[in-house]
Design a protein around this ligand. Structure first.
Ligand code: 5AD
Ligand code: SF4
Length: 493
């Protein structure tokens, strides 16, 4: 019963343990695409007068999965709430990329234990990447037995049925599929604001040695071009101003099609013709970034001149141990090609410091690469061992203090380049998509340039959700300041 305290648990009925070993097996079996999703009849209206709350951790893929789950909840009649006390269902959509992401979730579960004791009818669920790890599922079963529901990344569409099981059964409901599922096309999505995410592919086959994603998200599966294009056209019709195409490795788009020759460059070339002011994509793998894609991006229009191109390390030896399948020279050659096709391109990246065995010299190679490329921004991380990945088995003789110093030095260098690159914009007029009031001052508006730089300026609130033109007057490391100007006759961007 929904409001019965869960006691004596018998997990066997539901437990299909996720297995990292099984997840590694890449089968040849076809991935089917389904267009006939419906909320099961007995769950329609199940959420009437009830509230749901989803807390999302991690990347944009997770944010977008949350939009899908919100869509499912609302089709069942649930309403959204941000108030834990009001919620009838709370889901934690989790991230497994580094240990600190997981610690946050376990911390939150600790806080929610009291709420669950006060309100036994509350359904508390854990989903997302952590649910795909067997060690996490075991830990929740042993130490957080008050959790009602665990489901993984491949069966989000099963949420209505799983909720029903969780509401009517005493035992913890666990449904995690080790192998990826099919592509379900017509799931509802609850999007807000003027920017939208669109999945173009799921999963990753790269198996970088430090990374858990190929295990938690399964093998690469591309959505059919006509389905992606139809979704982008519909979002354009609804007035969205910016679309970000999502995939763990968008450059591998289309490699899994055996009936058509249609890759990421072809997709971008078709999306370019759709009337949406800005198209972005994330995230790229340098290995699959081909010349055709560069040629298409150089056509600009709604394809913005910002590329996030994770490098991870500037040392060819470390890149080899990471199994990134390119070396420093290949990466720099690719950057050279991109810069000659799009001279004002803004490049950003991801970097890991303190990979097992990284020497001072190898770290210096990263610093020199950062200088050579001239990134405008980077996400930087200390290596975090992930159980089940090859790097977790490698000997790591780099003390944590050394890793922290490297991270600090890297960030200092990046901040310097970021400020210098922002200063070059002083006096220029930039196109800004106005997002809303600035966080710290409601009299100031906040927006983003085509290159995704944050800019603050004073203007009428009527501009929120629209494009504006702003002259940069002051450049800081993380934010530009400027003043509104009339639309120039010719924009150089
Ligand atoms: N430790 C630290 N950083 C990691 N990333 C992925 N796995 C790990 C790990 N085990 C970083 C990479 C990736 C970004 C999303 O997270 O830089 O590009
Ligand atoms: Fe992880 Fe590498 Fe795949 Fe990116 S490309 S998701 S870092 S395995």
């Amino acid at each position: 019963m929904a409001n019965q305290v869960k006691s004596e648990k018998d997990y066997s009925q539901y437990f299909q343990p996720p297995s990292l070993t099984d997840a590694k097996k890449r089968g040849k079996e076809e991935i089917a695409v389904h267009y006939d999703f419906m909320i099961p009849e007995d769950m329609q209206g199940f959420g009437n007068d009830k509230f749901y709350m989803i807390r999302t951790y991690g990347c944009q893929m997770n944010e977008h999965d949350t939009e899908v789950m919100k869509g499912l909840f609302e089709q069942m009649g649930y309403q959204a709430t941000e108030d834990k006390e009001q919620a009838d269902v709370i889901l934690l959509n989790t991230c497994a990329i580094r240990e600190n992401a997981e610690d946050k979730v376990f911390g939150e579960l600790g806080h929610l234990k009291g709420l669950k004791a006060q309100k036994p009818g509350l359904i508390l669920g854990v989903c997302g990447c952590m649910s795909q790890e067997e060690a996490v599922v075991n830990r929740i079963m042993q130490k957080h037995a008050f959790v009602d529901l665990i489901f993984g990344t491949h069966n989000i569409h099963r949420l209505p049925a799983l909720l029903k099981d969780a509401a009517f059964n005493k035992e913890m409901v666990i449904e995690v599929w080790s192998k990826e599922g099919d592509i379900i096309e017509n799931l509802p999505k609850k999007r807000e604001g003027i920017r939208a995410w669109v999945n173009i592919m799921y999963g990753c086959d790269k198996f970088c040695t430090y990374c858990i994603v190929p295990y938690t998200r399964g093998k690469e599966r591309s959505r059919r071009p006509q389905d992606v294009l139809a979704e982008v056209r519909e979002l354009a019709r609804q007035g969205f101003q910016e679309i970000t195409l999502l995939g763990q490795n968008v450059n591998a788009y289309g490699k899994d099609f055996d009936d058509i020759d249609y890759k990421f460059g072809d997709l971008m070339d078709d999306i370019r013709k759709i009337d949406v002011p800005r198209i972005r994509f994330t995230t790229s793998h340098p290995r699959d970034f081909d010349d055709h894609l560069i040629e298409v991006l150089a056509k600009r229009g709604n394809l913005v001149e910002h590329i996030h191109l994770p490098v991870q390390s500037g040392s060819s030896e470390v890149l080899k141990k990471m199994s990134r399948k390119y070396n420093r020279e290949h990466y720099l050659e690719l950057v050279g090609k991109i810069k000659s096709a799009i001279p004002d391109v803004v490049l950003t990246t991801d970097i890991i410091v303190g990979f097992p065995g990284e020497t001072d010299e190898q770290f210096e190679d990263t610093l020199s690469l950062v200088r050579e490329v001239g990134y405008d921004m980077a996400f930087t991380f200390i290596y975090s061992p992930r159980e089940g990945t090859p790097a977790a088995e490698m000997e790591d003789n780099v003390p944590m203090e050394v890793k922290k110093t490297r991270l600090y030095r890297l960030n200092e260098a990046l901040n310097e380049y970021s400020k210098a690159s922002n200063e070059r914009l002083n006096g220029q007029i930039v196109e800004v998509l106005v997002e809303g009031e600035s966080k710290n001052n409601p009299d100031v508006l906040s927006g983003r340039t085509r290159t995704n730089k944050l800019i603050h300026f004073t203007a009428s609130k009527d501009l929120i959700g629209k494009m504006a033109y702003v002259k940069v007057t002051h450049a800081q490391t993380w934010v530009l300041k400027g003043e509104i100007v009339p639309e120039p006759l010719q924009m150089s961007m």
